[in-house]
Design a protein around this ligand. Structure first.
Ligand code: GLV
Ligand code: GLV
Length: 322
């Protein structure tokens, strides 16, 4: 059968798909296609392997055709796919959970340290040749040991982050989620709090919720004002969870101390002023970009496609999220 990958992903995916006897076409090796280009080029596929930058809506599904059985997203998040429209057409949607948990949690920690210890600012300073003498009060940052982390969204990634912070840095763990996690409350002493209380008490706030209607602009001007002036905000989930304009103002006004962002509200565009701030560290949506995670994601994507095309329920099918 015919499988279209909207973008090049690690070659293990194509190898597995070809081994299973399918024909494979890769549409782009250099960045995402526009919606209209995509509409033209996906026609006739039995399976689509999409990237998080592809907006797969009902229109695209109709252009592909009635033979389409599965949309396999090469990501754990699947807010780029209209799952409701897929369901109406009996198309399976899958994601790649589990295998990028560690990498994304590590990236949250990396951003947390980079902001707290002012790593990027200091690196720029040294490269510019400005390091002339040791400075008794230069580049003063924050220690993370024994501080409090507030995790918004205690799913797989949020839980892994809680473990790293508790076991590695003896941080107190506060969390907010739709449900309580008794295991982490017991093992890590994690405390459930409503969002306002979590924001008021945490030294580091990490966003780990999926993007769904109820999490869009979950962190806006009002929430940022609740945070400590010394607090650091980390986001490795989806940009629109934070109102980026309000974040830029909060960072400028010193309402919070800093931010570490891997995702942006209008990715890849940045809110004007964001890139000028010294107290932010910005990465290009690379939290899952480790050899380990991306290879495993490619393997999972191929498995989901192969199973679906055999008529089986693939291991990672997803449903509409609220
Ligand atoms: C990356 O953002 C993913 O959802 O896998
Ligand atoms: C995503 O993998 C999550 O559940 O955090």
């Amino acid at each position: 059968m015919k499988i279209i990958l909207t973008q090049q992903i690690p070659s293990i995916a194509t190898e597995l798909l070809k081994k299973a006897g399918h024909s494979v076409e890769v549409l782009s090796k250099n960045g995402p296609l526009s919606h209209s280009e995509l509409e033209k080029k996906v026609v006739g596929a039995d399976a689509i392997v999409s990237a998080l930058t592809d907006k797969i809506d009902g229109e695209i599904m109709d252009s592909i055709g009635k033979q389409l059985k599965i949309i396999a997203n090469y990501a754990v998040g699947f807010d780029n796919i209209d799952v409701k429209e897929a369901k109406k057409r009996n198309i399976i949607v899958t994601n790649t959970p589990g295998v990028l948990t560690e990498s994304v949690a590590e990236h949250s920690v990396a951003l947390m340290f980079a902001v707290a210890k002012r790593i990027v600012e200091s690196d720029t300073f040294v490269r510019a040749g400005d390091y002339k003498h040791w400075m008794p009060t230069g580049f003063i940052g924050q220690q993370l040991w024994d501080k409090t982390i507030g995790i918004v969204g205690l799913g797989r990634i949020g839980s892994m982050l809680a473990e790293i912070c508790y076991r590695g840095l003896r941080m107190r763990v506060l969390y907010n989620d739709m449900k309580h996690d008794e295991r982490l409350e017991m093992e890590l002493g994690a405390e459930y709090h409503l969002l306002p209380t979590l924001l008021e008490r945490a030294d580091v706030v990490s966003i780990n919720v999926p993007l769904v209607p109820s999490t869009r602009h979950l962190i806006s001007a009002k929430e940022l004002r609740l945070m400590k002036k010394t607090a650091i905000l980390i986001n490795t989930s989806r940009g629109p969870v934070i109102d980026e304009k309000s974040l830029v103002s909060a960072l400028k006004e010193g309402e919070i101390a800093g931010a570490g962002l891997d995702v942006y509200e209008n990715e890849p565009e940045l809110t004007p002023g964001l890139a000028k701030l010294a107290n932010v560290v910005l990465t290009p949506h690379t939290a899952s970009a480790t050899l380990e995670a991306r290879t495993a994601m490619a393997t999972i994507v191929a498995t989901n496609v192969i199973e679906a095309l055999k008529g089986n329920t693939p291991p990672n099918s997803v449903d509409v999220q609220k």
